[in-house]
Design a protein. Structure first.
Lengths: 113, 112
């Protein structure tokens, strides 16, 4: 089974601090996603990224969030000024092509205190 | 809005029994995918079934899709304690949207 790798596995941060979550996609995959799961709730879509630009984003993905693929391999999610309600598990997911299986990473637990 | 919803919310069975989980959604889809999540862990992909498929098998897993009823089922046969996890269905829509919409999941407990 191919693997999506995420770091860190767990991060605790002070409210108002910036956080960067990192993802190494599966090689040759072209579509990249971030999802989040607040404890005990559904997995929610945040953003999709294809061809070096955002292709779709949800209402959750406001100006505090940004994504980039700085070196052509890693895919990052930045939260500029974290809020308590940003505490969640953040999942990176990747996909080879449209309509194919979407593979998820193990997630990054973010705790904002 | 397009939404996968699983039922039951929780299911407790004995090892060796079969487990059936259902999923309903509201709008037309391209694909429906089932995932498993162990507590606090990542989402493990189980099966993808396309809208033009009716049934798919993978080992002890059997997935059906009824697009007329907008529903899918996941059957795990001869369950094992290691199957204990939450199971989610996720749908992606027509019109070029690749995003997955997840249901709340079914929490399956397999007792040894």
């Amino acid at each position: 089974e191919p693997e999506v790798t995420q770091t860190p596995s767990h991060q605790v941060t002070q409210m108002g601090q910036e956080v960067i979550l990192r993802c190494v996609p599966i090689s040759n995959h072209l579509y990249f996603y971030w999802y989040r799961q607040i404890l005990g709730q559904k997995v929610e879509f945040l953003v999709s990224f294809y061809n070096n630009e955002i292709s779709e984003k949800s209402e959750i993905f406001d100006d505090q969030f940004s994504v980039e693929r700085p070196d052509g391999s890693n895919f990052t999610l930045k939260i500029r000024s974290t809020k308590l309600e940003d505490s969640a598990m953040y999942f990176c997911a990747t996909q080879m092509g449209s309509g194919n299986t979407i593979y998820f990473g193990e997630g990054s637990w973010l705790t904002v205190v | 809005s397009q939404q996968g919803e699983e039922d039951p919310q929780a299911l407790s069975i004995q090892e060796g029994e079969n487990a059936t989980m259902n999923c309903s959604y509201k709008t037309s889809i391209n694909n429906l995918q089932w995932y498993r999540q162990n507590s606090g862990r990542g989402l493990v992909h189980l099966i993808l079934i396309r809208s033009n498929e009716r049934e798919k098998h993978s080992g002890r897993l059997r997935v059906t899709l009824d697009t007329s009823k907008k529903s899918s089922s996941l059957l795990i046969t001869a369950s094992r304690a290691a199957d204990t996890a939450s199971y989610f269905c996720a749908t992606d829509g027509l019109g070029g949207s690749e995003k997955l919409v997840f249901g709340k999941g079914t929490k399956l407990t397999v007792n040894p």
